[in-house]
Design a protein around this ligand. Sequence first.
Ligand SMILES: NC(=O)c1ccc[n+]([C@@H]2O[C@H](COP(=O)([O-])OP(=O)(O)OC[C@H]3O[C@@H](n4cnc5c(N)ncnc54)[C@H](O)[C@@H]3O)[C@@H](O)[C@H]2O)c1
Length: 505
Amino acid sequence: MNTRKNIVITGFMGAGKTTVGEILARKLNRRFVDMDAEIEMRAGFTIPQIFRRHGEEGFREMERRLIRELALQHGLVIATGGGALVDDEMREVIGRHGLIICLNANKEEIRARLTQNHDRPLAADWESLLDARQSVYAQINHQIMTSGKTPTEIAAEIAALDDGALYVRTPDGGGYPIIIGGGLLWTIANDAESQGLAGHVVVVTNETVAPLYGARLAAALPRADLIIVPDGEAHKTLDTARHVYDEMLARGADRATTLIALGGGVIGDTAGFVAATYMRGIPLVQIPTTLLSMVDSSVGGKVGVDLPQGKNLIGAFKQPRSVIIDTDVLETLPPLQWRCGMAEVIKHGLIGQPALLAPDLWQPEEAARLVRQAVQVKIDVVEVDPYEAGIRAHLNLGHTFGHAIEKATQYGVPHGEAVAIGIVKAALLSRNLGLIDDDLVARIQTAFWKIGLPTDIALDSHRWYAAMATDKKWSAGKSRFILLKALGEATIVEGLAREDIMTVL
Ligand SMILES: NC(=O)c1ccc[n+]([C@@H]2O[C@H](COP(=O)([O-])OP(=O)(O)OC[C@H]3O[C@@H](n4cnc5c(N)ncnc54)[C@H](O)[C@@H]3O)[C@@H](O)[C@H]2O)c1
């Protein structure tokens, strides 16, 4: 399923290969090899010293030897020297088991980076060297322009090109993979042993998803029971959890049983809560089937159920053993659910990955790439703030306005639509406070129009404000909003005046 090809990052000196490579390797839980550092370590000399002692040809020979050796390994992230893959044969050798990515930067940026580092033997005449190598770099299939992007954004773009698993680090020092691709549901069923699903499994799903995928998945696994609960947020309750406990006991589930949560966020949260609590916790595999649950709720470990008094009032942190995302199941997702998921995708773009605002990614045939890039934003947030003590709040961009719409309309507006409107309001508020410009607000509105999401609602502003002021995120009556500082960057702003808020409602 996962061939674990090497990811080979090349490009001109100063393009950021080492910095990006290190971040990417950490993200994907892979070993990082910086070729220049490896050669220095093996030779016992710095690169300038090697150039002085053996000349450029001596150094290139060391590079060729190392490339042949690395090409035989799998699952590495490799940052090459700038000239290492200029040789056609070396590109062919490392490309056999490797995905080669070329990083580009504009000349001003390269100049700026090279002046910070005087330790490169070929830097003196870099402009003519760049001109000479340009045609060779251009032959590499995957090109990424790095100018204006942070190393983290570039690493996320590369991660989206790779078809291997993403990886989430958890606070206990462990972690779990997120496997993404088309048709995975049937691959795992045929490969239950390697997925740890050969023993007793309960597949918890709902009445809608069971006939589409649940029954077939349970039948394909060697020892699986199917437990079906009613569909809808109204059933994200302790009663449903209780029903699942009863069914599991009746089917002899014990602490070695694995629970698969197969469905949207409601199933992920409810069945995840059962996995967190049944016999003090059993292994959980999340198989999200809505766009929202793929990019958001299946990752990060928050599970729980609602009470009549409010949503998500009972819950736990339960890290899954793995998250398996089969993007083919999106084919049956109702268009409204796709659009609602897209509201969260755009939110992820705004708080962490601007590439998600490119409309060519929003096509169903690009679903695997879209989900990869969007879920990476969630991973980056939950790894830094697993227990929601700080920046995890950024995931609530637009949600204070959105929850109030849901409350004021008695949930007449679907969550994703309310979030889209809320994000536009948050953008307008950010602009009024001088944090972002008109262009970014217009870009956000255009994105939602193109997706088919609303950007405003006819709602009495006083009612809207009143609904927000009772939000649990307003601490001690003080307003609290997640706003935008720039495209790809959110910030928390507290204590805004009522007039400032009313202006955008
Ligand atoms: N735990 C978290 O971190 C987190 C984050 C965000 C949201 N959530 C929770 O997620 C829930 C919303 O999740 P959701 O938007 O996925 O809604 P949902 O689970 O209700 O699914 C939406 C609808 O789509 C149907 N469906 C699911 N997959 C399908 C498929 N492949 N084909 C056809 N129909 C399909 C479902 O049966 C349901 O009717 C909320 O309860 C929210 O609180 C949790």
